[in-house]
Write a protein that binds this ligand. Structure first.
Ligand SMILES: *Cc1c(COP(=O)(O)O)cnc(C)c1O
Length: 410
């Protein structure tokens, strides 16, 4: 099963690239009833109030709220713009029942965790998780009586040794934030399924284009759409896509917390989604070229890129993923942070900024030492994370070359 989509062919016969161009474009969201034809992209439907024909109609809309997808109710429950985006994201994940949208990736993560955990439960959280995910576990879940136990990203089937009667959920992020370890998702899922434990994954790096989490057996797939889905560094958004078993819990928790995404943001995300395939493939190619170039530099220690052989979990990446995206990290061997700062400050084409997944390249000094507890990060020098954008690869390499020269001269 794990490899059934490796050739890019989906169960319904369409490849994911084709789906990216077609998903979510229902005639009722792109046309006028009774008229043939229509627009290509669903428009921006802004709404708070939805107007009803009569009282009976309003009453029936209220009853149909068990599942509001595609039905008018109230602006917070969406309009055709958000329904189209949610449906498109669902279509990209074979095995999915539905997708909820949130005002940020972090909101998607926290709401998904709230949907599957209750006081007394234990959560197994990957040690290389996005730092704000960990902080949510400590500052919100722990005071609620939900304990988080962190595990080595390379644990694989040995996760069984950490499971107790209270273990309710396992959270994965693959590759891990900053340090890029690739997890053995099928092995962890197999253990979880045998014990009735819920699995969640932060799939922001790969997106469904390169890793289809639900097809690999994961129950709940979370994406910070802020990154590659919107792809233009101008929208904050998150999504949670779930199997039928978890869909109701995910939907109801999002509603209870009043989560939604604005129609304008949904429209931008849907527009970004259409070009995800070409953007990511270009970013993949550039990032790999640059990662290999860095690996050959004498100043560089390790390069953490899942498609390079010495990345922890590289063989798993080869087995389970259909590509690599544009985010990776590397160390500067045996120097201190002032050299790192000088290098980053010397870059002309890489901006310094949080987030990633946009069309513009970014360089960031990152220090995972204090955010790992189950494993140790003891590198040979300070770490830099690069987001490779859509600039010409040769320009980026020339820029890095002059920045190395400037940083190591001083
Ligand atoms: C950025 C990021 C998030 C959070 O997304 P926001 O939209 O910034 O809240 C979650 N997971 C990963 C892996 C991220 O890089």
């Amino acid at each position: 099963m794990a490899n059934s989509h490796k050739n890019g062919q989906q169960p319904d016969g369409r490849s994911i690239e084709t789906k990216l161009t077609q998903a979510g474009r229902r005639p009722e969201w792109t046309g006028i009833p009774g008229q043939p034809g229509g627009i290509v992209n669903p428009g921006v439907w802004r709404a708070s109030t939805i107007i009803y024909e009569d009282v009976a109609h309003m009453m029936s809309a209220r009853i149909s709220q068990e599942d509001s997808r595609g039905r008018w109710f109230y602006g917070r429950k969406g309009t055709p713009t958000s329904w189209a985006l949610a449906e498109a994201l669902t279509e990209l994940e074979p095995g999915a029942e539905g997708t909820m949208l949130y005002p940020s990736g972090l909101a998607a993560i926290s709401c998904a965790l709230m949907a599957v955990l209750k006081p007394g439960d234990h959560l197994l959280m990957v040690d290389s998780a996005y730092d704000p995910t960990r902080i949510f576990c400590e500052k919100v879940l722990r005071p609620m009586g939900i304990e988080t136990i962190y595990y080595d990203p390379m644990i694989g089937a040995d996760i069984a040794s950490l499971i107790t009667d209270n273990t309710r959920a396992i959270f994965m992020e693959s590759p891990g934030s900053l340090t890029m370890e690739v997890q053995d998702v099928p092995a962890i899922v197999a253990v979880a399924k045998a014990r009735g434990i819920t699995t969640l994954i932060d799939n922001t790096w790969a997106t469904p284009l390169f890793f289809q989490a639900l097809a690999q057996g994961v129950d709940i797939s979370i994406i910070a759409c802020t990154k590659y889905i919107t792809g233009h560094s101008d929208v904050m958004m998150g999504s949670v896509t779930a199997t039928s078993q978890y869909w109701e819990a995910i939907q109801s928790m999002a509603w209870l917390f009043g989560q939604m995404s604005s129609p304008d943001d949904c429209w931008l995300a849907l527009r970004g989604l259409r070009t995800l395939g070409v953007r990511l493939k270009q970013q993949e190619e550039s990032a790999l070229t640059i990662a290999r170039w860095l690996k050959a530099r004498p100043e560089v220690g390790i390069v953490r890129h899942p498609a390079l052989p010495d990345c922890p979990g590289h063989a798993i990446w080869q087995r389970d993923f259909t590509g690599s995206s544009g985010l990776f990290s590397f160390t500067l061997k045996g120097v201190d942070e002032t050299v790192r700062a000088r290098l980053i400050d010397s870059l002309q084409h890489f901006a310094i900024g949080y987030s990633w997944g946009g069309y513009e390249s970014l360089a960031l000094p990152v220090d995972p030492v204090n955010i790992r507890t189950a494993t140790q990060w003891a590198p040979d020098g300070p770490l830099i994370r690069l987001n490779i954008g859509l600039e010409k690869t040769e320009d980026l390499i020339a820029d890095l070359e002059q920045a190395f020269a400037a940083a190591f001269q001083g």
